[in-house]
Design a protein around this ligand. Structure first.
Ligand SMILES: [Zn+2]
Length: 352
């Protein structure tokens, strides 16, 4: 640390020390009051109310700052831009919705990612996370993630705050890259259920964050409301019964069913993806084989005149095609094997 930054640090620490200790006291009456009624809107005052409770506690303050960082927002209050009210028909208290759009694109011939079309540029601007992945198929995937959160209207501020913590914990933990699962990595459905439960930003994380925030809020306010979930935590908000909590989430809140359904859907979609890729390689190889015939014919027309400058060029094109065909054969086989492996292991998920 150089001298100047040392001085700066002292100045900053001095300033923080000089700040009055939080003058914000959480009133139980406020926590019990409805946050936003149905038909109402999340106005500035409503937003401030929630943000203040977040900022009043070190852990939830860190949570909201992490999420703001993920959104690229300079101010935690900007999180409200992705928040709306849920449909009252919804059974859940809140929802964290991720939209992941994956486009397969032909690899530009000059091998640059340069110019995106207008539509893609607009999608990129809205995306929270972007992932490019490239494979040998002369195409690459562009995945874009955008997110939104909704909370139910007509709920007390306390419940809404906890729903926020829950949904933001989901958001904080998810990341597009770690989100890619391969069904073949799972020995069975049960291991997928456990993976979904305990993954970063999964339901276990979100439930723990929610109840921890509640326990910490209880310690600094006079709130007495008890939730069923509380019995799995001590007064500090640490989990005291991991299995009990896991079973409560899976069976008490019926996440087991949705994880099972997700597994079945993933099995089918990954099988279909392999089949689509396989077909793509087959068609691509077919086109290249026609090219090969055409170019071989052109080469023959040179009549063995190796001094013709076009002869060398044409020969090189032919060699490239032949190499590519070898790769395509390998890719075709890999997808074929993947299809039969999925079918053999999880064939029971396909509608017969
Ligand atoms: Zn959740």
């Amino acid at each position: 640390m150089n001298f100047l930054s040392f001085i700066r640090k002292i100045l900053i620490l001095g300033l923080i020390g000089a700040l009055p200790t939080s003058s914000f006291a959480i009133e139980v009456a406020d926590l019990n009051r409805t946050w936003v009624s149905s038909g109402g809107a999340i106005d500035q005052q409503a937003a401030d109310q929630i943000i203040r409770i977040f900022e009043d506690d070190a852990e939830t303050n860190e949570l909201i700052r992490d999420v703001a960082g993920k959104l690229g927002a300079s101010n935690p209050a900007q999180i409200m831009q992705i928040v709306g009210l849920c449909d009252e028909e919804d059974e859940s208290e809140g929802q964290f919705v991720r939209r992941i759009q994956t486009n397969w694109r032909a690899l530009p011939t000059d091998d640059t990612e340069g110019e995106w079309d207008k539509e893609t540029q607009e999608q990129l601007a809205r995306a929270i996370e972007t992932v490019y992945s490239r494979d040998e198929s002369a195409e690459y995937a562009l995945s874009l993630q955008s997110v939104s959160i909704c909370v139910q209207p007509n709920r007390p501020l306390l419940d809404t705050f906890l729903t926020f913590v829950h949904e933001l914990a989901h958001f904080r933990g998810f990341d597009l890259l770690s989100d890619k699962v391969d069904v073949l990595d799972f020995p069975d459905e049960q291991s997928f259920v456990e993976y979904e439960l305990y993954r970063p930003g999964g339901e276990y994380d979100a439930h723990v964050a929610e109840m921890k925030a509640h326990k910490r809020l209880k310690k600094r306010s006079k709130v007495t409301k008890r939730y069923q979930l509380e019995r799995y935590f001590d007064a500090e908000g640490h989990v005291i019964n991991r299995t009990g909590l896991a079973n409560y989430i899976l069976d008490g809140r019926d996440y087991r069913t949705s994880f099972r359904n997700r597994f079945a859907k993933t099995v089918v979609s990954q099988y279909n993806n392999a089949a689509n890729l396989h077909n793509w390689y087959v068609n691509h190889a077919q086109r290249l084989k026609f090219d090969k015939i055409r170019i071989t014919r052109t080469l023959a027309e040179f009549g063995g005149d190796v001094n013709d400058p076009n002869f060398e060029k044409t020969k090189m094109v032919l060699e490239r095609i032949e190499k590519r065909l070898v790769v395509l054969e390998r890719q075709k086989l890999a997808q074929k094997l993947r299809m039969s492996a999925i079918d053999e292991k999880f064939g029971q998920y396909f509608a017969k």
